[in-house]
Design a protein around this ligand. Structure first.
Ligand code: ADP
Ligand code: GLC
Length: 486
């Protein structure tokens, strides 16, 4: 099967969150399962063509792409995802993509991703490469299904092409003014209250994707149910419920070449479930780096996160004083909203021997925290899939999570009576519920035998991409059938 995979982020080139991990790993897993995959991505200013050994596509030099009434010139670079046969095409247009961050609040944010999507189609046409599936991810690529069906339906190249939209986060919808419909080149007659392009008086890229894709997926089964409810749907619940029979959840995998305690080159001491003494050495190294005293019997709770409301770090605020009275240290790494950054900085100043905060984005430290901490905290308000809890499980670092989305599907609360569970999970999004769970974690941590068993259960699980890639291929087949039915 031929898959065109369009994304706004992809490891190792550009990453702001888990979408990048998926963009780097799923195409590889699909290729291993026998698919031919091409990935499409903007060439952001931060991506070095030299470091990644990218090649300028001479035959695609200076192609002209229409955004509304203007023609924009773009170049295309290409390379291969490391250790794979997956081709990656980079859309090069400094005017749009050389900005301080991959995402902006600039008034032409819509144009930046309209350009990406029209260019994807042009590249496919120029290479005469007919994909079986165009796999879109989040709002940035949500217009592709509509463009193929409404604007490029004259092109026989795409007559057998079906689309799937993967929703990684319903909180980001790509909503713009009506005039943006014209910039995208889509027909205005599809924009009317309640129409396929319109949502809440805006032109909504995500809704457009939901309406025109044959199949919609999201990144965990629980989240697939949640987003059809008012509490989690961010207004899109009705639109999704109407397409319920075409919506399913597939849990992300993790790249076990990168997030594997036996192979991890970014941690000082590699280990496995059979050499957990070496994990303790990582704890020592972590505390040394965090400038906190080491005590084997004091549990280290790790946090690595974007600091947004989604991640629930605010729950820690009202209980931090009580938590800091426990035999527990916290090492937090994150960046994002100022208020949350300030809280972490304040806690580090106030609880000098117990709390360490690193504000910023630091992949190496993220690996060290995952390996060196005893526990890992993810009290998310919502979490489509979540990768850090799976990394933690793989590293024998016991996750403490709120039971939502992918967290609910991967972390099973420890059950004393049955002796089951790989972590701790709580339901209510309240500081009190979190506090009670941290108390339980403290008690369990003191019972070395039980704790060891919980760690081992996590480390024995298989979170590799193979199983998920197989499920995507099933979904692709379903999308093809839907397309043929149209
Ligand atoms: P989301 O995509 O919502 O941020 P995920 O759990 O799916 O959540 O993925 C987050 C990814 O980003 C993980 O790979 C995590 O290690 C990484 N990450 C998040 N914040 C930071 C940070 N401050 N420094 C380094 N890595 C981070
Ligand atoms: C989003 C979600 C996260 C998910 C990631 C990759 O960023 O917030 O839960 O793991 O996408 O699918």
């Amino acid at each position: 099967m031929k898959i065109a995979f369009a994304t706004s982020e992809c490891v190792p080139y550009v990453k702001t969150g888990g979408l990048a991990d998926v963009g780097g790993a799923l195409p590889k897993a699909l290729a291993q399962a026998g698919c031919e995959v091409k990935v499409f991505l903007p060439l952001y200013g931060s991506i070095s063509t030299l470091d990644h050994e990218l090649i300028l596509a001479e035959e695609l030099r200076n192609i002209q792409v229409r955004i509304g009434s203007q023609l924009v010139a773009v170049n295309i670079w290409y390379g291969k995802l490391p250790q794979s046969q997956v081709a990656v095409y980079f859309i090069d247009c400094p005017h749009y993509y050389h900005r301080p961050h991959p995402y902006t609040n600039d008034p032409d944010e819509d144009e930046r991703f309209i350009l990406l999507q029209h260019t994807v189609i042009q590249i496919l046409q120029r290479y005469n490469w007919a994909p079986d599936i165009v796999h879109c991810n989040d709002w940035h690529t949500g217009l592709l299904p509509a463009l193929l069906k409404l604007n490029y339906n004259w092109d026989h190249l795409f007559s057998a092409t079906a689309c799937i939209l993967s929703i990684h986060n319903i909180g980001y919808q790509g909503r713009f003014g009506r005039e943006s419909v014209g910039k995208a080149g889509l027909p205005y007659d599809q924009y009317y209250p309640g129409g396929p392009l319109e949502f809440d008086d805006s032109f909504c890229f995500l809704k457009t994707g939901i309406m025109y894709s044959e199949i919609i997926s999201t990144v965990s089964e629980t989240y697939a149910h949640e987003i059809q409810t008012a509490a989690y749907g961010a207004g899109m619940e009705g639109v999704l419920a109407a397409r319920s029979s075409d919506l399913s959840g597939i849990l992300n995998g993790i790249d076990t070449e990168v997030w594997n305690p036996q192979k991890d080159k970014l941690i000082p001491h590699r280990y496995s479930a059979r050499s957990l003494a070496r994990k303790k050495k990582n704890k020592q190294a972590l505390l040394e780096q965090a400038k906190l005293p080491f005590d084997e019997d004091v549990a280290v709770l790790g946090i690595v996160t974007r600091l947004t409301k989604q991640k629930g770090i605010e729950l820690l605020q009202p209980i931090i004083h009580e938590v800091m009275q426990l035999p527990l240290q916290i090492v937090a790494l994150g960046s994002g909203e100022k208020e949350l950054e300030d809280f972490l900085k304040w806690a580090a100043l106030t609880y000098k021997d117990k709390f360490s905060a690193c504000i910023g984005y630091d992949n190496e430290l993220a690996h060290l925290i995952t390996a060196g901490a005893d526990m890992f905290l993810m009290p998310s308000l919502y979490e489509p899939c979540g990768l850090n809890q799976m990394y933690s499980l793989n590293y024998g670092t016991v996750p403490i999570v709120r039971k939502t989305g992918g967290l609910a599907d991967t972390v099973k609360d420890y059950h004393e009576y049955y002796g089951e569970g790989n972590g701790l999970a709580f339901n209510d999004f309240t500081p009190h519920a979190l506090y009670l769970t941290i108390l339980r974690a403290r008690d369990l941590f003191q019972n070395k035998q039980t704790w060891h068993e919980i760690m081992q259960r996590g480390m024995r699980q298989d979170f590799s991409w193979q199983a998920s890639a197989k499920r995507y291929i099933e979904l692709y087949k379903k999308a093809k059938v839907r397309h043929a039915d149209l």
